[in-house]
Design a binder for this molecule. Structure first.
Ligand SMILES: *[C@@H]1O[C@H](CO)[C@@H](O)[C@H](O)[C@H]1NC(C)=O
Ligand SMILES: *[C@@H]1O[C@H](CO)[C@@H](O)[C@H](O)[C@H]1NC(C)=O
Ligand SMILES: *[C@@H]1O[C@H](CO)[C@@H](O)[C@H](O)[C@H]1NC(C)=O
Ligand SMILES: *[C@@H]1O[C@H](CO)[C@@H](O)[C@H](O)[C@H]1NC(C)=O
Length: 340
């Protein structure tokens, strides 16, 4: 079983916090740990330990934390993941993995690998010197090794299975490469939607990597309405156009972020359906599963014993259970719109 939730940042932080909690609570499952990946919205202080200008390690950052201490969190106080670990009764704050004082015991309830300024596009990382998702993933693999050593392989596997993974990234990509320095968009014929596809492809790849390491409860956050971010409002007020010298949200940018979230949501749904139902998604049930179909998939071929475990029947076509999942997706997500 895999549960991958999509949370639109559009409903602001309240939803970002309350949706995973209510989902967890209503299913009455407890979580063993929280692991976070992504950008400044989830960075608990990793950037204090790497070479980058993007830091929250100085006041007034952190001024409303209990010790009025700038921990590296890009806020006056706690992040949503801090609230989540508190709610789950795991600890007070989700610590950054790069803090050298972290013990193996601290790892048992989770850490954050997120890095302010991170993104899904190489070009964003070049601009910010943040840790990209693959570097964050490598650190997660280090954690797996450390846990394996301290509590054993079986316990580690169970812990990961029952852990909540939070992934939040994408805003910096849009900020730097679509809005501030839109030269990146030339490659996409100045079409921001083509750029979305690149970002989502990289995000899906990362989610599959997490899944491959045993993650089964994954929360993915979307983009905020970027046209209303104070920075964007300011920039737009200087540009010639309807918002000149006015502090207004940019509805076009909000619309673009909403379009990204819609696409992300359906990508997450289809990833979830694929990952949840099937043990084998890379090859078909018939023969070697790599090329047989039509006349060459015949009674002379060996087939897999249980086709329900396979997404594909032959090298091209889904199994019945594959079609069932596709139908469910259509029934839940498309039918309500075409029939109402
Ligand atoms: C939730 O789990 C706890 C502990 O396992 C159990 O005592 C309780 O009855 C469960 N509640 C529901 C509503 O299933
Ligand atoms: C690590 O612990 C030492 C000694 O307690 C302390 O001085 C230092 O500030 C700590 N470092 C971090 C990053 O918390
Ligand atoms: C976990 O530790 C055991 C014993 O030290 C080792 O054999 C195994 O390869 C390790 N597994 C991983 C995934 O690191
Ligand atoms: C085939 O696999 C499905 C999905 O894993 C499972 O629900 C079903 O019980 C299996 N059937 C047999 C006959 O093993």
């Amino acid at each position: 079983m895999a549960s991958i939730f999509f949370i639109s940042f559009f409903f602001a932080l309240v939803v970002k916090i309350s949706l995973p909690i209510s989902t967890i609570a209503s299913k009455n499952v407890s979580a063993s740990a929280v692991f976070a990946f992504g950008d400044s919205t989830l960075d608990g202080g990793n950037n204090n330990h790497i070479k980058t200008l993007f830091r929250g390690d100085h006041l007034p950052y952190g001024r409303d934390l209990p010790q009025h201490m700038a921990t590296g969190r890009f806020s006056n106080g706690m992040l949503s993941t801090d609230y989540i670990v508190q709610f789950l009764g795991l600890k007070d704050l989700l610590p950054p993995y790069l803090n050298p004082n972290l013990s193996d015991h601290d790892l048992l309830t989770g850490v954050t690998f997120a890095s302010g300024g991170s993104g899904l596009d190489k070009q964003t990382i070049e601009a910010t010197s943040a840790m990209d998702l693959m570097s964050q993933f490598k650190l997660f693999e280090d954690v797996l090794k450390r846990l394996n050593k301290s509590v054993g392989e079986v316990k580690t596997r169970n812990l990961i299975k029952k852990a909540v993974f939070v992934v939040g990234v994408g805003t910096n990509d849009m900020l730097f490469n679509a809005y501030l320095f839109p030269t990146r968009l030339i490659k996409y014929a100045n079409n921001v939607y083509g750029y979305h596809d690149l970002l989502l492809k990289n995000l899906a790849y990362f989610i599959q990597k997490l899944y491959g390491r045993g993650a089964r409860r994954i929360i993915v956050t979307g983009l905020p309405p970027m046209g209303c971010l104070p920075l964007m409002v300011t920039i737009n007020s200087f540009l010639p156009g309807p918002n000149w010298l006015k502090r207004l949200c940019n509805p076009k940018q909000n619309q673009q972020c909403e379009a990204y979230n819609t696409k992300l949501s359906s990508k997450v749904h289809s990833l979830e359906a694929t990952l949840k139902g099937f043990e084998e998604t890379m090859k078909g049930c018939c023969g070697t599963g790599q090329w047989e179909m039509g006349p060459v998939c015949n009674v002379l071929d060996l087939t897999c014993v249980n086709a329900s475990k396979f997404l594909f029947w032959d090298a091209m076509h889904p199994t019945q259970s594959g079609y069932w999942f596709l139908a469910q997706y259509g029934i839940q997500n498309v039918l309500p719109y075409v029939t109402s």
